[in-house]
Design a protein around this ligand. Structure first.
Ligand code: PLP
Length: 466
């Protein structure tokens, strides 16, 4: 008699970001197929992927265009070292990413993008293979660029309260989520954590575009570090892991003005918020043209979760600080084996095609309000639901104490986790952040599936909280 698949799993596999003991009572789902926003389980059940599989499946599972690009590239070559070699697809991807991030129209970065670099704010792309590494690259580049422009005292980073930038020691250092970083604190470097952010509920919030009230206190926290900061790092507008919090894009405008005045770089981590999630190709676009950062980190939606890939975009001005004779030791000598993996690059080119051909941003504009309204309606009969927020294909709400609405429940009660269990039983994969429930479905999820996700969330809340 062979052990069951779950017994075999628990015997050998250490799942990410999990207390493994939880799986003894509530085993991991046995997935055998996935298509669009649906996972098929071994027992035949279908489960809606309401979290885009850790926020990366921007175009759903098994998109035929992306799979075709993967197959076609695999027939040519699957990966060749990207130091000392080049190829047309990787050049094309860099040209297109730059044009997209520079806010140019889709004709310049879509399927019929002409070859060649179109001048703009961002001028160079450095590739890697996961989000955390992209952030590490941006931190390293910013530090080295400051030193190479004669600002070697600038070794500090400012980051935001509730920030999350990944799991490596460097990215944990610029994050603010003790749940994930506390055990590693002895390894982490000190940072300046900015508090009192202008949190808002979304574009409907009357103060969405106005951070004037909060800015003086934030500027006062930056001021003592004006001569020692290398960069300010932030997730533009949406702090995903930190509780699906939204803040006013006006903060980004103010960061840009302050950073320009004090020779500090800005690093925008668009890994969760970018690629259409917030209703625009990049979430930073909410702040307008004039306040582009010096570095942008992309991953997740970049390949719509088909293959791992990440990218750091920066300006020609930053790049020029590294351009020197070899003996000057100014090169950026960062390497990852899978940098610019050709299969991932082929998929990323196809993702840009799909965004334009299938008018993905228009789909978000049409369907996101339906999802926001549906989630908001849940609160009409459930007063314990607080702080609805929504932007693009994201909607979130916090569960609070039904006896004292607005007061957080004790974290030990694990209410969000119980709602998650109920939702899985009813056919939706949620992954609450504590007691924050959210929907983060593929951008092209059909309205009927969005409604089904909200219905299941409602039933699961009722089953858990009465
Ligand atoms: C904003 C942000 N930055 C960085 C990362 C890390 O990316 P990865 O998990 O690919 O290392 C994440 C992952 O969720 C993220 O949400």
């Amino acid at each position: 008699m062979y052990p069951s698949l779950i017994d075999r799993d628990l015997a050998v596999l250490w799942h990410p970001c999990s207390q493994m003991r939880d799986y003894r009572d509530f085993p991991p789902l046995h997935v055998v197929a996935a298509k669009g926003s649906r996972l098929t389980l071994a027992d035949g059940r279908e489960v809606l992927d309401a979290i885009s599989s850790w926020w990366c499946k921007a175009l759903g599972h098994g998109h035929p265009r992306l799979l075709a690009a993967l197959e076609q590239q695999a027939r040519a070559f699957e990966h060749v070292i990207l130091a000392n070699t080049t190829n047309e697809p990787v050049i094309r991807l860099c040209e297109r990413l730059l044009a997209m991030a520079n806010g140019l129209p889709p004709e310049v970065w879509g399927p019929s993008a002409p070859p060649g670099k179109v001048p703009g704010h961002f001028g160079k792309v450095f590739l890697a293979d996961n989000g955390s590494t992209a952030v590490e690259i941006a931190l390293k580049m910013a530090l080295q660029a400051q030193a190479q422009r004669g600002q070697s005292r600038r070794t500090q980073f400012a980051c935001l309260q509730n920030a999350y930038h990944g799991e490596t020691v460097g990215t944990l250092s610029v994050g603010d989520l003790g749940l994930y970083s506390d055990p590693y604190r002895p390894l982490m470097f000190p940072t300046v954590t900015l508090t009192g952010l202008p949190y808002r509920t979304g574009p409907d919030d009357p103060r969405w575009l106005d951070a004037a009230a909060e800015w003086p206190a934030i500027e006062a926290q930056l001021a003592p570090h004006a001569d020692t900061l290398a960069a300010i790092i932030y997730e533009p507008v949406l702090q995903a892991a930190g509780g699906m919090r939204l803040y006013s894009p006006d903060l980004l405008r103010r960061f840009r003005q302050w950073a320009d005045k004090h020779n500090v770089y800005l690093i925008a981590d668009e890994i969760a918020a970018g690629f259409g999630r917030c209703g625009k190709m990049l979430a930073g676009e909410w702040a307008g043209e004039a306040c582009r950062p010096d570095f942008v980190c992309l991953s997740k939606g970049l390949t719509a979760g088909v293959t791992p890939l990440s990218a750091v975009l920066t300006t020609d001005a930053v790049y020029d600080l590294f351009d020197a004779d070899y003996a000057a030791r100014k090169a950026f000598l960062h390497s990852n084996t899978y940098t610019g993996h050709a299969l991932a690059v082929a998929v990323a080119n196809a993702v840009l095609d799909v965004f334009v051909e299938e008018r993905v941003l228009d789909q978000v504009a049409a369907h996101a309000p339906v999802m926001h309204a549906a989630l908001r309606r849940l609160g009409h009969t459930r007063p314990y639901l607080h702080n609805f927020r929504g932007l693009g294909m994201l909607a979130a709400v916090d569960i609070t104490d039904p006896r004292q609405p607005g007061t957080p429940l004790p974290s030990g009660a694990r209410t969000g986790y119980h709602v998650y269990q109920e939702a899985v039983r009813r056919g939706a994969l949620l992954r609450p952040l504590g007691d924050t429930m959210y929907l983060f479905p593929p951008l092209n999820t059909p309205p009927a599936d969005l409604e089904a996700m909200t219905d299941i969330l409602a039933q699961s809340l009722d089953a858990t909280l009465g």
